[in-house]
Every structure is written in C-alpha cells, then in structure tokens.
Design a protein around this ligand. Structure first.
Ligand SMILES: Cc1cc2nc3c(=O)[nH]c(=O)nc-3n(C[C@H](O)[C@H](O)[C@H](O)COP(=O)(O)O)c2cc1C
Length: 193
C-alpha cells in the first residue's frame, strides 16, 4: 500500500513540474475550453476592447484584415439571439457576445476562403484573450448554415454581402467547463507523412 502512495506522489510531483514549466501563453492555450455555463454577470466594455484588440492581432493573407466585429452587451439583443439561434442558448446567461463578420470583398483576391480563414484566426485569438482575462467563451456556428447566418443578419442589421461567421457568447464562467486532453502523438508526422 505504502508503495502505491509513493508512486502516486512521484506522479503528482512530475506532472506538477511539467505543468509549471509551461510559460503563461502556453498555460492560457492549454486552459482554453468552450464555456457553456455562465454566471450571468456583465462583461465590461474595457474587457471587450482588449479581447477585440487581441482578435485584430491575428495574421491575415496579405494583411488584408477582412473583418468587422459586433460586440453585443444589450440584454435584449443577447436574449433575442439566444431565442432564435438553436446552438447559442448559453447567451441567456452570457454577459456579452462577439460576432465575427467576414468581408470577402476585403479579402486577398476577394476570396471568401481567405476571409473565412483570416477571421477564424481572429476567433482563436479572441478565445485565448477571453481565457486570459478569467472569462469564458465559445464559438457557436453561424457560417456555413444559411438559416443561422440570415437570422444573425436580420437581428443585427448585417448587410447580405457580409458573412456572420460565428456568434461567441462571453461571460464569467461558473467553473463547470474544463479543458479537454487532446494531445495525441499519433497525429504528428516528423519530416514526411
Ligand atoms: C467551427 C466551429 C463551430 C462550432 N459550433 C458550435 C456550436 O454551434 N455550438 C456549440 O455548442 N459549440 C460549437 N463549437 C464548439 C466545439 O463544440 C468545441 O470547440 C469542441 O467540442 C472542442 O471543445 P473545446 O473547445 O472545449 O476544446 C464550435 C467550434 C468550432 C471550431
């Protein structure tokens, strides 16, 4: 029995050392998780600005930055989005939402694909900034579902040529959602496939 305790403590020590070797950025990346449970607290505009600034730091093809962002804090609009979007019910408890809008006409070679890729990179930056501020967030899909995109366009007055890529509920997490272990050595190829 004593032997098992010793092994257990050695395991705890090694995993503790491995974790503490991660720098702050890697820790934030590893702690990010989709948050679906919020306390209902509001999110400040200062925090939303910091989050959007991080979003706009993302790389884009030929630096075109083919995006706009809608930050929603109005309770009525959050509730309307929650009501009309089947996958974004967590907006009822979230304090804010960010809608990433892709602008194909601003993207490299006017390609929708580049607009989607560029805006998706902004999306991960946003989720990481949210995590780093002690908040929680989640990507809920609008694109490529036409019904969902049109619902978002209608509620938020978005023109038809703009793609509402996703609706991201953001808020104070209850702590129920945890990061998933995803690392799998088998997914890595060294030098060649
Ligand atoms: C393109 C995309 C679309 C997603 N759409 C939804 C969605 O509509 N509803 C939802 O609850 N989660 C959605 N998610 C979140 C994923 O379910 C989540 O990222 C995945 O389960 C992995 O969990 P993690 O984010 O906690 O690592 C989406 C994520 C991505 C990247």
């Amino acid at each position: 029995m004593k032997k098992y305790f010793i092994f257990f403590f050695i395991f705890l020590f090694i995993s503790g050392v491995a974790y503490s070797q991660d720098n702050e950025t890697i820790k934030t990346i590893k702690n990010r998780k989709s948050v679906r449970h919020f306390t209902g607290d509001v999110v400040s505009k200062d925090d939303l600005k910091k989050i959007l600034e991080a979003g706009m730091c993302a790389p884009t093809a030929v630096n075109k930055q083919p995006w706009n962002f809608i930050a929603v804090t109005d309770r009525k609009i959050l509730d309307e989005l929650a009501d009309k979007l089947p996958s974004a019910k967590m907006l009822f408890q979230a304090g804010a939402a960010i809608i990433i809008c892709a602008l194909p006409e601003k993207a490299y070679n006017n390609l929708t694909e580049f607009a989607i890729i560029d805006c998706s990179l902004a999306g991960e930056n946003i989720l990481l900034a949210v995590e780093s501020l002690g908040l929680g967030g989640i990507w809920t899909a609008a694109y490529p579902d036409n019904d969902r995109m049109n619902t978002v366009r209608k509620i938020l007055n978005i023109p038809d040529n703009i793609i509402p890529l996703c609706v991201m509920p953001i808020g104070k997490p209850t702590g129920e959602d945890k990061p998933k272990e995803k690392f799998d050595e088998k997914n890595i190829h060294w030098d060649k496939w």
